[in-house]
Design a protein around this ligand. Sequence first.
Ligand code: 5GP
Length: 175
Amino acid sequence: TELESLIDDLVRPIEDWPEPGVTFRDITPLLGDPAAYGAVIDGLVALAEEAGPVDAILGIEARGFLFGPSIALRLGVGFVPVRKLGKLPADLLSTSYDLEYGSSTLEMHVDALAPGARVLVVDDVLATGGTMMAAADLVSQAGGVVVGNLVLIELLALGGRERLAPIRCSALRSY
Ligand code: 5GP
């Protein structure tokens, strides 16, 4: 589709970054093109609407913040930031997860979600699914329900979709 070619043209693969053997998908050329950025937001909003009604959009630091708030405003729901360790000021929920080397912690305010809130989790790229799983853990600690995950790009070989099942993940482009 047109949107897929837009992403192919404006998300550039960077070989061996951040370490040898990794191909990093760099979205910054897309962000610099307002027509393309807008078209991608439109596409994500359409996928969000397909996922069903939600009470909040949850975005993951940092690149989830580049897409989540625009989607939330378009859907007329609030935006909840999930942040890295030590960034949020009020009472917190916290979850740690394993990375390839070491581990990482994500945090969310305890009062970020209403009880039973239906949440759509947004990020730029789905790789192994570890980040989205951690976000789902925070939502469940807060008493909410993840109705779906939404990303710009899914890296199929890394198995994120299988790991997240039965929660679905929608993507604008798969590689
Ligand atoms: P996962 O936890 O699914 O293995 O990795 C996904 C997280 O790492 C996301 O927050 C995403 O922003 C980041 N990430 C992993 N690989 C890439 C990539 O190739 N490009 C970008 N832009 N982000 C990536």
